[in-house]
Ligand binder design. Sequence first.
Ligand code: SAM
Ligand code: SF4
Length: 329
Amino acid sequence: MLVDQFQRQITYLRLSVTDRCDLRCSYCMPEAMKFLPKREVLSLEELHGLALGFIDRGIRKIRITGGEPLVRRDVIELIQALGRKLGDGLDELTLTTNGTQLAQHAVALAGAGVRRINVSLDTLDREKFAMLSRRDRLPHVLAGIAAAKAAGLAVKINAVALKGINEHELPDLIEWAHGEGHDVTLIEVMPLGEIEGDRVDHYLPLPAVQDALEERWTLSPTDYRTGGPARYFDVAETGGRLGLITPLTNNFCAGCNRIRVTTTGQLYPCLGGGERVDLRAAMRSGDPDAALATALDEAMLIKPERHHFAISERGADPAQPRHMSVTGG
Ligand code: SAM
Ligand code: SF4
């Protein structure tokens, strides 16, 4: 089993299948983002083999992510193959997507055994969406969310809270999502990778958002957990659930059960750390099973106790040069 030196049991893998994306969210990456050459990316068979190796070591939940996972042409095949492990080592298979291509894939995802997905949506305003993501795709995303609902998938809406951008729209976004039967999670922006602006300008601490929401609604803390870092509240007036992910204002590393693997097979035991183990080299070695086992043991030894994110100083370097789209969100 995978247990780190702080006695945290690692049961949750976030597996990035591509670093590419059809959007360019301005808090995530620059317009001129440089993507990896395709030859560096793991094949479908390699991703599958890797995931099976993780399941053998006690991983019970896999989230497929990216970049935008649905831009990878063979991703549904991978999800179908991993879906066959559900109930046979794997408890949950899920996906984080920007939703632009969800309408084409929702039925196949449900058929593969996916039950819940996260869709990132920061605004319901088409112009603002186009400005923020640098692409005019809000109608595609809304169609994707509707298709997912129709296919029987539980949808959680993830929104990054951004000062001066969607700050005043968050109640409307939450009300809309709850009205549609979707949970919502708000996320603090994290200092990962260079972008065109400075994240200081749009960083919005969630305790302030929570205070503002509590002037409008009754928020009751719940024990509900999805295996991720969000703390959840029931909102009495909307009848929905609201999650808060607060990597900056309320560090949650003590309960971390996660590791991440990039699309080139680099295992990062911490989203906010530089520690890394090369699983691709292990897989391509003479004795892949032994090399992979050793690599995973090493990952447990180097997983740091916590990240040290801060967004306070103008012009400061990001905590890590890697974008979230590279490590896997
Ligand atoms: N493309 C997919 C999507 O947007 O859902 C999956 C990958 S994306 C990197 C995963 C999540 O990370 C999204 O919810 C996105 O909003 C969030 N994200 C990206 N960059 C971030 C940053 N610097 N800080 C906080 N969240 C970020
Ligand atoms: Fe793409 Fe997701 Fe990053 Fe937006 S947040 S640019 S959709 S990877």
